[in-house]
Each structure stands twice: as C-alpha cells, then as structure tokens.
Design a protein around this ligand. Structure first.
Ligand SMILES: C[S@@+](CC[C@H](N)C(=O)[O-])C[C@H]1O[C@@H](n2cnc3c(N)ncnc32)[C@H](O)[C@@H]1O
Length: 268
C-alpha cells in the first residue's frame, strides 16, 4: 500500500481493507444506507461482488435527500436503493450472500428486530459485516469534541421524534455482535475509517485542527441547529443553540476527528 499518514497507517484500517479484499460479497444488502457511504467502501475493497441493495427508511427529509443523492452517485453501477424499514425487510429469506450495517446501530428503534430480519435474508454461510463507532476507550481530545457534538445532535434528533441514541460503548457493540451468534467472528478496532485509505484529504485530515476540518465542523453544527428552527419552544431552541456554540469552542480548541470504531465480520 502507498505511504500513508502515520495515524492512518497505525489504525488497523489497512488490515480491515486487506481482510475485505479476501471476501467475495455476491449479492450484498446494506441496511440503513443513507447516501451509500458503506457501499462505496465495500465496492473499493471487496475482492468481488455481483450487486448491492441499499435500504433506508428515510426518517427525515434530510435522509430522503441523501438517498436520492446516492441514486445519482452510483448511476450505472449494479446498485438499487429502496425506501424500506429494516424491521420488516421486503426480501425473501436467504436471498443475500452478504448483509451489512454501518454506523447505524445507535439509530435503530428496535435493534433486535432489525438484526433478526438481517439474519433471515442472509444465506446460510453468508457474511455479516457490522461497523459501529464507540464512545469510550482511549480517544483523543479531538475525538472527544466530536463525541460532544454527536451527543448534542442525538438529543436534537430525539426532540424531533427521530431515533438517535448516544454512541454505544465497545461492550454494548460486542454484546450486539454476540447476540448474532455468528461463526468465525473477527473483531477489528480502529481509529480511522477504511474509507480514509482512499480519501484525497487523508494527509490534511491527519491534523484534527486543520482549517478545512474546522470549517466543515462549524458548518455542520449550524446545519444541525437549523433542524430545530421550527421547534415551538423558544427556550429549548436557545438552549440547544448556546450548547452548539460551546461545542464550536471545544472544536476550536481541540480540533475534531471521527470516533474510533469496531469492525466486525462473521458468518451465518
Ligand atoms: C448514520 S446514518 C447511516 C450511515 C451509513 N450507513 C454509512 O455508513 O455511511 C443512519 C441511518 O439509519 C437509518 N435508519 C434508522 N432506522 C432505520 C430502520 N428501522 N430502517 C431503515 N433505516 C433506518 C436512518 O434513516 C439513517 O439514514
């Protein structure tokens, strides 16, 4: 692999990509796909695949727009997107060779129902891939600032009736993985997502205080504040706005970097 920034090189992302490079995905289902970010990662890393299906229940206009943008982004590729609740998948039993879910466990109202459905549509011997960030462990100040933002954003979404829980602990993710009763379970722990490996900004991002990252974080916080612009209670709106400003200050001080995550692969 090409020379990588030090943090990324030490992160396990390369090891995960290498492992994905040994997997023939066949027909792949990506649950809670949003704009298909994980499909993009798998397309670049899997040894082979036949086709992808991405589903999302599009809880908000924002997530509906994301899925629409995904349809355009992957035009011409063997991918189909459907608006669908993962608690009730409209697919035949054992109709996928691989099922996956990325950064979404903490967005689910009923994890057990979704996982049961994912296992139902997965062929016997098929691959189950799970990627989820965690909030504990040894994370940098920049990652902690990002976690502050996430926890605040999750409370805003909850206020609007959209399921968005706090980031899970490592143990909680491991408990979910054990509940799946998969065979040949492999668990990778990483500070950098696999998609950083092929991102043009990987050198820039290595410094969590770089200007582009800072400006993106501020812009993102402002966009989250806009979500509650029509919320009826002015006091609540102002309280969240003030909190948002304090998080911007924390990010100005420490920078911002994505949380570490567990990447789990097993067989049904
Ligand atoms: C953080 S985003 C997903 C990110 C994406 N998987 C990735 O790795 O880039 C979480 C998504 O979960 C979706 N979601 C939550 N509950 C769902 C359900 N029951 N069925 C389908 N999608 C769901 C939300 O609409 C949202 O788009």
């Amino acid at each position: 692999m090409e020379d990588l920034p030090e943090g990324l090189a030490l992160s396990n992302a390369g090891k995960i990509a290498k492992r994905l490079g040994t997997i023939s995905g066949g027909r792949v289902l990506d649950v809670a796909t949003a704009r298909g970010g994980f499909i993009n990662t798998l397309m670049k890393t899997l040894k082979a695949y036949d086709s992808f299906v991405g589903i999302d229940y599009c809880a908000s206009d924002e997530s509906r727009k994301l899925m629409e943008s995904a349809k355009k982004r992957f035009e011409g590729k063997p991918i189909r997107f459907f608006e669908m609740n993962a608690e009730n998948l409209k697919f035949e039993a054992e109709s996928f060779d691989t099922v996956c879910i990325s950064y979404s466990l903490h967005h689910l109202a009923n994890i057990d129902k979704v996982l049961t459905e994912m296992k139902r549509v997965l062929k016997n011997g098929g691959n189950f891939i799970l990627q989820e960030c965690y909030c504990d462990g040894d994370q940098t100040e920049a990652q902690k600032a990002d976690e502050l933002e996430h926890e605040w954003e999750a409370r805003i979404d909850s206020l609007l009736g959209i399921t968005h829980n706090k980031t899970f602990t490592k143990q909680r993710i491991m408990d979910v993985a054990s509940s799946l009763k998969l065979r040949e379970l492999e668990v990778f722990d990483s500070t950098h997502p696999v998609d950083c490996l092929f991102c043009e900004r990987k050198y820039e991002c290595e410094d969590p205080k770089n200007q582009a990252t800072f400006h993106n974080s501020i812009k993102y916080i402002d966009s989250v504040i806009k979500r509650i612009k029509d919320y009826p209670d002015l006091g609540t709106r102002n309280r969240f706005k003030e909190e948002g400003e304090r998080i911007k200050e924390a990010i100005a001080k420490s920078g911002s970097a994505p949380a570490s995550y567990l990447f789990i692969i097993g067989k049904a």
